[in-house]
Design a protein around this ligand. Structure first.
Ligand SMILES: Nc1ncnc2c1ncn2[C@@H]1O[C@H](COP(=O)(O)OP(=O)(O)O)[C@@H](O)[C@H]1O
Ligand SMILES: [Mg+2]
Length: 281
């Protein structure tokens, strides 16, 4: 029942071990942030696009790495997928240099490493590949120093592509949609984060949990915020992303919200989020 708990799985305990930490980048390279939650439709791609653009608007050189085979971040930044000769698939499986697939976007200082449906094959082909969890980390190593910040847009699964993103990242942002069953699956996500910390990437931590599609008029949204605060004490960003039709329209014009609707609530929210991310870093 909504009145009892919005946590779908009663076995989920608060993620007490995920304490707030500063997002200090490893020296000599960009600060790498994965945007991850294995649930689809929670606002990962919208956040990856708009946070990247807002960081670039603040003077940072930003690379957005699209590791979702759906390539929504790629399309959402106005890149024509059909025209691409290579994408993240070639980097992950064909030893292409990540630098060779990086493209500029219409946004000054924002570049993208695009993905196409070819990347869907990677999830299977990586299973039998050497160093299958650390390919993205190795691919990023020569490129990351050219940027201030790298964001990685993850697919809606906890498969090898997400594992590569978590291994390559300094920290992650977890977008959570403010609606019923919002916390479903978060136990699995925190378990995978713990495994990655133990075996692949000891510094990995959650830099912030982001409430998306928030509608302050509903009791449910406020209840979700309370539940998330209990589950991730102190980790929630102050900024909440409001539900906004303009945010959902912007990608079909290949634009971040800062360009599509600069005076709207969505742009203001992502601008505030960028400030928070910069402060936490
Ligand atoms: N704050 C928001 N308000 C309204 N619609 C949103 C908002 N954030 C995302 N959406 C829409 O919700 C859908 C899922 O968002 P998306 O960012 O693609 O999620 P994910 O990458 O987690 O699957 C998309 O159609 C997107 O345009
Ligand atoms: Mg997405």
């Amino acid at each position: 029942m909504i009145g009892d708990s919005i946590v779908a799985d009663p076995a989920i305990a608060p993620a007490a071990e995920h304490k707030p930490q500063a997002a200090v980048p490893a020296s000599g390279r960009a600060h790498v942030i994965a945007v991850a939650n294995q649930k689809g439709g929670v606002g990962k791609t919208t956040t990856a696009i708009n946070l990247s653009a807002e960081l670039a608007n603040r003077g940072e050189h930003v690379l957005l790495v699209d590791v979702d085979p759906q390539g929504n971040a790629t399309t959402g930044l106005g890149i024509e997928k059909a025209a691409l000769r290579q994408c993240m698939y070639d980097v992950m499986l064909k030893s292409a240099q990540l630098g060779s697939i990086v493209q500029p976007t219409r946004i000054e200082r924002l570049s993208i490493a695009p993905s196409t449906l070819h990347l869907a094959g990677a999830e299977i082909e990586l299973v039998s590949a050497m160093s299958r969890e650390s390919r993205l980390r190795s691919a990023l190593a020569p490129v990351a120093p050219l940027f201030d910040r790298v964001l990685i847009d993850c697919p809606p699964s906890l498969g090898l592509l997400t594992l590569n993103a978590l291994s390559a990242a300094d920290c992650l942002i977890v977008p959570i949609q403010a609606e019923y069953f919002a916390l479903e699956g978060l136990g699995q996500l925190t378990h995978v984060i713990d495994l990655v910390k133990a075996h692949l990437n000891p510094q990995l931590h959650i830099v912030g949990v982001l409430i998306t599609m928030f509608d302050a008029r509903t009791n449910l949204a406020t209840q979700v915020v309370d539940e998330v605060e209990r589950y991730f004490p102190g980790l929630m960003f102050k900024t909440r992303i409001p539900r906004s039709v303009r945010l959902s329209e912007a990608p079909s014009f290949g634009m971040p919200i800062a360009n599509f609707d600069p005076k709207g609530r969505g742009a203001a929210a992502y601008a505030a989020l960028a400030e928070e991310v910069i402060t936490r870093a």
